[in-house]
Write a protein that binds this ligand. Structure first.
Ligand SMILES: *Cc1c(COP(=O)(O)O)cnc(C)c1O
Length: 404
């Protein structure tokens, strides 16, 4: 139900800062006065009488009805994430991809055109390029960093611009403000996938984005436990465009997963800072290793959009570091297989450091041409730095690097 205007609010003074909202925004406690948020595992809600039920189903009265589209634990998560992103509304979804599905189903129809960065998450490229294409929505993929290329690709029927910053796995940074101006000129909306920075480091609406997409699976949970997602934006847009789709299509966030991510938000800020600090130390060290051709990390001065990244991301580089080792795919596989601490998994945003080979995992479904357009080399390794001791991580990578 998005934020639920008429559903009671937590009794808090006005003007509280993000750190406080991250642990307190939500719903008032139940009659039992619990201090930790309650988990409402219920598929439906009992209505006081038939007439009230009718009013609620007709949207004349706001109340919890059925957990496909309204559940108190999900509402707590939505309110808290909206508070952190600085948006009026938020709608929780079953996954990050279903948040993007909801975005497309809510805003687009056959004959519409989308502009999307060519460097976004692999499944996002598949969703826009292939799945939405089946329904007559055309998508043009453009450079992540060349604002003029976005402007040139605008068509009269362009309705949505979609970007992700920094991108997975190259950590390319887009200029959110510049893209928001291109969107405004075209009377289109700009949506930003804020998965890599999370609102702890970057709040896209502060730079003019209209909508923010999240995979709650990543840093919002932060401990690799559940699949979840969210779409944040203006209350009116959410109520008019997205809530009806959620009601009919049901890409709903389960209350249990909402609860896990809700509690994850409480430590988001300190995790993002600690993991960014470790990632910078690791990236700086990687840059000095002779077996490495190139390191991609926004916190390094060598990163092509270093200054822009620092301005957009609270002076931090976030926690994902990618690098190209000598020896192509075999070299990359050797380094990955020589680790004993890092988890070999394509997930990221966990407290456990993860390591993966993007060309054969997250970007494995792309054609070689699409992969090259996205800049994913066969020798590339992505490390999503967790809370492991950074000296242990260096030693773990050195096991393979030293024997390349
Ligand atoms: C993982 C990811 C997604 C998809 O999220 P799921 O929760 O796995 O569906 C979308 N965008 C980015 C940048 C991601 O890393």
């Amino acid at each position: 139900m998005s934020v639920g205007k008429k559903i009671p609010r937590v009794d808090l003074p006005k003007g509280l800062r993000r750190d406080t909202l991250a642990v307190r925004e939500g719903l008032p406690p139940s009659a039992w006065g619990e201090n930790s948020e309650a988990l409402f595992l219920t598929s439906s809600f009992v209505q006081p009488d038939a007439a009230t039920a009718a009013a609620r189903f007709a949207n004349e009265e706001e109340a919890f009805i059925y957990s496909r589209f309204s559940n108190p634990t999900v509402t707590m998560f939505e309110r808290r994430l909206a508070a952190l992103e600085g948006t009026e509304g938020c709608i929780g979804t079953s996954s990050g991809m279903s948040a993007i599905l909801l975005l497309g189903m809510g805003l687009l129809k056959a004959g519409d055109h989308v502009l999307c960065s060519q460097s976004v998450f692999g499944s996002t490229i598949m969703l826009f390029g292939r799945e939405f294409g089946k329904f007559g929505v055309e998508t043009t993929f453009v450079s992540q960093t060349d604002v003029e290329a976005w402007r040139r690709a605008i068509k009269p029927n362009t309705k949505l611009l979609f970007a992700e910053s920094p991108t997975n796995p190259l950590t390319e940074v887009c200029d959110i403000r510049a893209l928001s101006l291109v969107a405004k000129e075209a009377s289109a909306l700009l949506a930003v996938d804020n998965c890599f920075c999370s609102p702890a480091l970057q709040r896209p609406v502060e730079f003019g984005a209209d909508l923010v997409v999240h995979s709650g699976t990543k840093y919002l949970d932060g401990q690799g436990r559940v699949i979840a997602g969210a779409l944040c934006g203006p209350e009116q847009l959410i109520n008019e465009k997205f809530v009806p789709v959620m009601r009919s299509a049901g890409m709903s966030l389960s209350p249990f997963n909402a609860w896990v991510v809700l509690k994850g938000l409480e430590t988001l800020d300190i995790r993002m800072r600690a993991q960014s600090e470790r990632a910078l130390q690791l990236a700086t060290w990687l840059e000095q290793q002779p077996q490495i051709e190139r390191v991609f990390y926004p916190g390094l001065r060598s990163h092509p959009q270093h200054e822009l990244a620092m301005a957009q991301q609270s002076d931090l580089g976030a926690a994902v570091v990618s690098f190209i080792v000598k020896g192509e795919r075999l070299g990359a596989f050797h380094v990955i297989d020589s680790t004993q601490v890092c988890s070999i998994t394509a997930n990221l945003g966990d407290t456990k450091t993860t390591i993966t080979h993007p060309a054969s995992t997250s970007h494995g479904r792309l054609t070689e041409a699409q992969r090259q357009a996205a800049g994913i080399a066969q020798g590339m390794i992505r490390v999503a730095v967790g809370l492991d001791d950074v000296e242990d991580l260096k030693a773990d990578l050195l096991r393979g690097l030293a024997t390349l």
